[in-house]
Design a protein around this ligand. Sequence first.
Ligand SMILES: C[S@@+](CC[C@H](N)C(=O)[O-])C[C@H]1O[C@@H](n2cnc3c(N)ncnc32)[C@H](O)[C@@H]1O
Length: 214
Amino acid sequence: MTVPLEGFHCVKHALRFAPHLVHDVRVRSLEQARALADRLAPDVLDALLSRATVAEVGHHTGVEADGEVPEPDLSVLHARTAPLVLLDAPRSPGNAGAVVRVAAAAGCSGVACTGTLDPWHPTVLRGSAGLHYALPVLHVAASDVRGPVVVLDADGDPAAPLPADAVLVVGSERGGVGAELRARADVVLALPMRPGVSSLNLATSVAAALYRGR
Ligand SMILES: C[S@@+](CC[C@H](N)C(=O)[O-])C[C@H]1O[C@@H](n2cnc3c(N)ncnc32)[C@H](O)[C@@H]1O
């Protein structure tokens, strides 16, 4: 299955982390693509230009491609040396994409997602700027995941630890973490908020938890 890689940054990340999964690179102009890569990502310049064909491109950066969806790496569900972020039935593709982006930046072992949202939906991929190619991103059932469960919830303990092999569970925009994963929590981690603020955005809370204490 392929997904659209929309824009220079998305294509850049896919080329950087999984060049073998990038197909049919299209650019509006070779000169424009060369100038962009030269300025922003010289490490992918050769890979970009050697594959590029000139075509009509809708994206404002003038760069698009097709990306192959990788076979899911299921090993991260059972053992890991950096946290696995588990999104419990997220609704917003933009939020899910932002989580993939920060999880990749923080060196997480993967992002898994329960519920009905396809984590490889083009809108999720747009939100991650193509960083889906930097770590495993997969759809799971909650029961597939093993390891210490750290639930993120505003009613938890601000001092709760986040072990390196944790499953960091984040709730949905409306309902929070569901009963099944809440019941499996080893600890519940809260990010302190000023009185009157009811919650952080889902992706913001993942970022704060992952970068806490760094
Ligand atoms: C927008 S919030 C969900 C709010 C929802 N109304 C609820 O009842 O939990 C989405 C998720 O972000 C995380 N989150 C948001 N604010 C948090 C905080 N202050 N501390 C810990 N986690 C938080 C939780 O995992 C939460 O389920």
